[in-house]
Design a protein around this ligand. Structure first.
Ligand code: PHE
Length: 524
């Protein structure tokens, strides 16, 4: 889905849930996304605060407002003030002051004493204390910096012991520091000293706000500022009762920033597969799931792909070592041999040459999902059906912007009396229209197993893009399997469609698990 379609979809959901989006604003839905072009309805707290401010036209502090409005939650006042000033009804004045608070070490020091104070007390009490004593009586990380601090205060170490010429001066400095850490301020001689020490003090900026009513605010009438109960959530009870008819709905401002909920979600490829699956189910198809490992016989011979077809060469097909050979019914092999060599009973001339049953029984990774629909038909040759598969196929491709060796096909068949090309084309057109691509065209193409064959193209950003092949199965395919009714068949690339849907120009983006990209993909 193109992003714009998604947008409109979301909007219509909003409009359903929030009827006031449809009423009252003549500007149209687009304008709702412009920031506050309209005068939004005031919330109840905004009304109450403005009523208070109308009583006195000078600046109001937070405390003034809380007591005048009878609130005890600051957040209500701040958000009402914010809302009112966004609408030009009040002016918010901000001023900031700096304050010193204690850091983690500072709190510790205020409680248990500064490190230098604790060391100093210890040394005074144990006059013969050595460095070793300090290490065993203080924390490991304290001794080194602690001795540094003491040295700064005029303590020296002589012969492994502590000495000091001017003990009263050390006492005094420590006392001043201790006093400071109890109530630190910015305008103090010790501020610089403590700022240089780790985690002792921090400077914080305190913002204080005041609010003042504007002339627009003064002019709003008291009646308009009456508070009334507003419905913020539409509940089943509200809808069942008649209350909703009279209720006032709280305006829903879709222009506000909102945080993106980050919850788990499907990978976009999985989401796309689910969407395609539901479209085919809706169109009356049943899903077919089958194995990756197949025989060359079903993958190619049954589909009348000549045994010397270049697509069978090693560069295109992953042949398996295990199982190297898968036994096929000799009757089936005989039928295919006849068809390939001379057309069997179909009036076709076949491909001529020698058909090789060993080649048919080679194990491989399926190169297309047509290998599964053809087997379904072989098992149910006479029951009309509509079957689809969305499944993985493998080809020996080197990886680039548009190729992967593993990818998915959207395969389908319709078998019924009178099935024809018109039905095939209209089915594909319906599918793509449901996917959001109404412009589809078909062009003649060639596949060994269909006649007529066609290529399906979808218009995207003004260009025609080829998305897959389709056609009516040839008698060389259907007759040996006992299929009597015409079969419309198609096979389309899922990753190519994903590139269109998600607007990618590199197929690899789908599988590199880039979390940021995955989170930002639209919901499909
Ligand atoms: N199998 C073809 C492919 O892999 C697509 C296709 C399917 C064409 C059925 C015609 C009919 O490209």
């Amino acid at each position: 889905m193109a992003p714009s379609t998604l947008f409109v979809k979301r909007l219509s959901i909003l409009a359903l849930h929030f009827p006031y989006l449809n009423s009252g604003f003549s500007q149209g839905i687009q304008d709702l996304f412009a920031p506050r072009h309209f005068m939004a309805e005031l919330t109840n707290p905004e009304r109450r605060m403005l009523r208070a401010l109308q009583n006195r036209h000078d600046a109001w502090t937070l405390e003034d407002i809380l007591s005048a409005c009878n609130w005890d939650d600051q957040a209500i006042a701040v958000s009402a003030g914010h809302g009112l000033s966004n609408q030009g009804l009040v002016k918010t004045l901000e001023s900031s002051t700096k304050e010193v608070i204690l850091g983690s070490e500072g709190k510790n020091a205020a409680e248990n004493g500064l490190l230098e104070a604790r060391l100093w007390t210890y040394i005074q009490a144990n006059s013969s204390a050595t460095m070793g004593d300090l290490s065993s009586n203080f924390e490991r990380h304290e001794t080194g910096p602690g001795i540094g601090l003491l040295k700064g205060l005029g303590v020296s170490i002589q012969g492994g012991k502590f000495a000091c010429d001017d003990k009263p001066s050390v006492d005094k400095k420590i006392e001043q520091r201790t006093e400071y850490i109890q109530s630190p301020t910015i305008n103090h001689v010790l501020y610089e000293h403590f700022k240089g020490r780790k985690n002792l003090i921090e400077v914080v900026e305190l913002v204080s706000r005041t609010w003042k009513i504007s002339s627009d605010g003064i002019n709003i009438s008291k009646e308009e500022l009456e508070e009334h109960t507003q419905v913020a959530e539409i509940t089943p009870e509200l809808l069942q009762s008649d209350e909703w008819k009279e209720a006032q709905f709280r305006p829903y401002d879709v222009s506000l920033e909102a945080s993106m909920p980050r919850s788990g979600r499907s990978h976009p490829m999985q989401a796309l597969i689910e969407r395609i699956r539901s479209i085919f189910l809706e169109m009356g198809f049943s899903e077919l799931v089958d194995d990756y490992v197949q025989t060359a016989g079903w993958n190619m011979d049954a589909l009348f792909i000549p045994q010397d077809h270049p697509a069978r060469e090693m560069q295109d097909t992953f042949y398996l070592d295990n199982p190297k050979k898968i036994q096929l019914d000799p009757k089936l092999l005989a039928n295919w041999k006849a068809i390939h060599e001379h057309g069997g009973d179909t009036e076709s001339t076949g491909w001529g040459g020698q058909f090789n049953e060993d080649i048919s029984q080679k194990g491989l990774l399926r190169t297309h999902t047509t290998v599964n629909t053809i087997q379904y038909l072989a098992q149910n040759p006479t029951d009309p059906c509509r079957v689809f598969a969305i499944d993985r196929v493998f080809r020996k491709e080197s990886i680039d912007r548009t190729h992967l060796p593993e990818f998915h096909q959207i395969e389908g068949i319709i078998m019924e009396p009178g099935a024809n090309l018109g039905m095939l084309v209209s089915t594909l057109k319906t599918f793509y229209a449901k996917m959001g691509y109404p412009e589809v065209r078909v062009r003649p193409a060639y596949f060994p197993y269909t006649e007529p064959s066609l290529e399906v193209e979808v218009k995207w950003r003004g260009k025609w893009l080829e998305l897959g092949g389709a056609g009516i199965f040839r008698p060389e395919v259907t007759e040996p399997l006992g299929i009597k009714d015409p079969v419309c068949a198609w096979g389309m690339g899922l990753e190519r469609l994903a590139m269109l849907v998600l607007g990618l120009d590199d197929i690899r983006q789908l599988y590199i698990s880039d979390l940021e990209w995955l989170r930002n993909q639209p919901i499909l």
